[in-house]
Design a protein around this ligand. Sequence first.
Ligand code: EPU
Length: 426
Amino acid sequence: MDRIRIEGGRRLVGEVSVSGSKNAALPQMVVGLLANGVSTLRNVPDLRDVQTMAGVLESLGASVAMQDGRVTVDARNFSNTEAPYDMVRKMRASVYVLGPMLARLKRAKVSLPGGCAIGPRPIDLHLRGFEALGATISIDGGYVIADGANMKGGEMTLEGPQGSSVGATINVLMAASLTPGRTIIRGAAKEPEVSEVVRMINLMGGRVNGSDSTTLEIEGVETLKPIVYSTIPDRIEAGTFLLAAAITGGDVMVRGARADHMNALLDKMIQAGCEIEVLPDGVRARRAGKVLPTSIRTLPYPGFPTDMQAQFMALLCLADGESIVTEGVYSERFIHVAELMRMGANIEMGRGEARVRGVPRLTGAPVMASDLRASAALVIAGLAAEGATEILRVYHIDRGYERIDEKLAGIGAVIARERALPGQTG
Ligand code: EPU
């Protein structure tokens, strides 16, 4: 497996471009299944998860072609009603296929995704939503078996103990857009990725009202037309680069970043002592003074994103005082803490929160990537640490960051990917 080696302590300066959003592109590829034709997505990042999704769609009979950020999904032969474990286990977002399968094929057998490094991730809200549309659902042998023959519009609340669910909102929205009658989803997620799916479906001829609000009203239509659509910039990748600038006391403009999708992060970066400049074509972050202690609590959008928690914690490790980091979305998403401590951070774990006492410096160490955003946090910490940091199991980073090593090298990081030799592990 590849490794990334970073010589820390270099100020990052310059400009870096943001890629298309992973968490928008993945469901948008699946939206392609809703139209009986060929849809094209532009600005899709070249990521392992995107390739995995292409494989999932192909296993259902669709044809997918990817080139230079363009992905075409030809759903004319979408006919297979089973998504096997081998496909779904690679990536949780595979469960998005349930919605289009129910809407267009009226039947679905989809493997239940397992847990992952960030904790248990049930899909009960997705299933509750389909049941509210009249689908009958059973679980057998690790599979969800769903029958959508009698589906019609319905009303539901898709909020769980941690608030709204991005995945459930998008999945049920896709099904409802082709289900006769009126559906009302209360407690809908408002993440920009959800709003983008709403916009895309509406441009395909769908009738969805309430984008950006917690109530979505959907009038089912008989068919949706194929479409050409561009994916929004990745707010989490952009935020990761801004934090990389901040932790190194650097000055970086992230071209293409959309500040309107990043308000919670930008506010907290300012509190932490960063200067933020919103430009017409991007966002710039710099830091000259101390990192100030800043507490954060992750919440559904527009709250502070859980997908930025680990990277922000890396910055707080060097703050001049104590910060509390509270997880409101995934209470177990703290796997990066132990690795940051191996780099010299002082962090005390409580239930669902971490007390981060700033230290004057981090030191390079061999560390293990465990999930996507935790790995990004280790990269950020490594950029500021004294000496060399070697990050193992880099495939986690490659799931969600396009050429992160090359992009960081372009703004002054001393970073190299060491390709694994055949047979080498770790
Ligand atoms: N939840 C339930 N039941 C459900 C669905 C969710 O209890 O049926 C809970 C989850 O366990 C969690 C909370 O609700 O505590 C929110 O989960 P959500 O459904 O919103 O998450 P998701 O759709 O599975 C997406 C992103 C995640 C991101 C979360 C939260 C994609 C492909 N994934 O996951 O991204 O953390 O929303 O914003 O869009 C990442 O990119 O690194 C990543 C993990």
